[in-house]
Design a protein around this ligand. Structure first.
Ligand SMILES: [Zn+2]
Length: 454
């Protein structure tokens, strides 16, 4: 059952994180509709019988995280291989799965895989306090339907490619464009859903197609997300073909005339950094994925020094292998300190802001802080655990010690999606079972089935 109350009062919250610099103790938080109406000292809000009451005792309230880049279809590929770089990983892990997806699309009018991977990924995100995300995914109806059913703020990044596509997937550009426009018209701005343009890489699209993508984004006011400068191999390929880096090449095409979310930016030249700065591009930092695939470490402290905005993201589950924002923040900060041999390389506050306020700007929503008037995306985290207590500095404790299972309650747009650790809007157990069965029927030999003989 969804929480349908117009007014919801979270009483006696132990700690409230408004943002990285403002933390309050002993607070009541009143939600009206989908907005935060009032934040006051405990017992400061008059209780009315029509209010839905949530007990905040023993809880830390914080804004929902924004995961600015993921690929939910990889939710079905967790824990597959640990020894491949990006190119071989695509060839051996994700491309074979994409072929199965397209086979299912050809053989049935109602493909189910998309719904299942999307729901698994979205539920995992909610369980780590993520209430909004950008998913560069297959352009299937089921993908967005899952988010609508769950009640989460999903942005579908339409994965657009028209070069280097396997022959069986080649379709005329006009048809590609028509399908993209149809999905935008149907879903963008519907409920909590958005659609974004997401050309996979600079070289998976022709220059004409990239221009169409930029112009369409401008015309329909959509955000753009693109993988750039992820690996050294990619830079070598780009230089061989164009004499430029991917960022330099896109600049030469006028692609950055509209601000773009530049996903990865691991290997950048001085000229690339200048372009990022001058074009007001946002870097999307994916530390765990870049580490797992051996891609490298993005120079995030340098970006911040130059005033280039940076948001953080998990990337897809097959290169991470989680959609866990606590883990991502922690890893993303610690690896910079270790790599630079400098404990001040990147602060807790900087990375926390990437996961909240900067993430909110990425999806163009008034969230990422808990303030009167902002959207009611509120996460309650349990504090009385052996790995959290005693608390000295609240933000640092949440950052370094919290784990996704500590997330007790998640409110999105004023509605409860997770309460006392239980998903309210969908049957999580049934979806997990269906996903396991589905993977077996499409030919994956899964381990982990319990044996009766131990
Ligand atoms: Zn990605």
């Amino acid at each position: 059952m969804k929480g349908e109350s117009q007014e919801m009062l979270i009483q006696n919250v132990d700690y409230l994180i408004r943002d990285a610099d403002r933390i309050e103790l002993g607070v009541d938080l009143l939600i009206e509709g989908n907005r935060i109406r009032e934040i006051s000292k405990s017992s400061g809000v008059q209780v009315r019988s029509s209010m839905e009451i949530i007990d905040g005792t023993g809880m830390i309230a914080m804004p929902g995280f924004v995961n600015t880049h993921t690929h939910c279809y990889q939710s079905l590929l967790k824990g597959v291989r640990d020894d491949l770089g990006l190119k071989q990983w695509c060839e051996q892990v994700t491309f074979p799965f994409a072929s199965i997806i397209h086979k299912e699309e050809r053989e049935t009018d109602h493909p189910r895989l998309g719904y299942l991977w999307s729901m698994l990924g979205a539920m995992e995100m909610v369980r780590s306090g993520i209430t909004a995300f950008v998913d560069m995914d297959m352009n299937q109806e089921g993908v967005v339907q899952a988010w609508d059913d769950l009640g989460v703020r999903g942005t579908l990044g339409l994965q657009l490619v028209n070069r280097w596509v396997p022959p069986e997937l080649m379709i005329p550009d006009e048809l590609r464009k028509k399908r993209a426009l149809k999905l935008i018209e149907k879903w963008h701005g519907q409920g909590l859903l958005q659609v974004a343009m997401a050309p996979s890489t600079a070289f998976a699209c022709t220059p004409e197609f990239l221009t169409w993508i930029r112009q369409t984004a401008e015309r329909l006011d959509l955000s753009i997300h693109i993988h750039v400068n992820e690996t050294r191999w990619e830079l070598e390929q780009a230089r061989a073909e164009t004499g430029m880096t991917p960022i330099g090449y896109l600049e030469s095409l006028g692609f950055f005339n509209r601000p773009v979310n530049a996903v990865h930016c691991v290997h950048v030249t001085d000229h690339d950094v200048e372009i990022l700065k001058n074009r007001s591009l946002r870097v999307i930092y994916n530390p765990k994925s870049n580490a797992k695939l051996g891609s490298g470490i993005a120079p995030v402290p340098r970006f911040l020094e130059m005033g280039i905005p940076v948001a953080i993201a998990t990337d897809g589950s097959a290169s991470n292998d989680t959609n866990d924002m606590f883990e991502e923040m922690r890893f993303g900060q610690l690896i910079q300190k270790a790599y630079r041999e400098d404990p001040r390389a990147l602060s807790v506050k900087d990375v926390y802001r990437m996961a909240t306020e900067e993430g909110a700007r990425t999806v163009n929503l008034e969230m990422g802080r808990l303030d009167e008037g902002s959207l009611a995306d509120v996460v309650l985290v349990r504090r009385k655990t052996s790995h959290m207590e005693p608390i000295h500095d609240l933000l640092q404790t949440v950052f370094y010690c919290s784990k996704a299972p500590d997330v007790d309650t998640v409110i999105i747009d004023g509605k409860i999606v997770l309460k006392n650790g239980e998903m309210l809007t969908v049957s999580e157990g049934e979806i997990i079972e269906e996903a396991i069965e589905k993977m077996k029927t499409i030919g994956y030999e899964l381990e982990g089935e319990l044996s009766a003989s131990f």
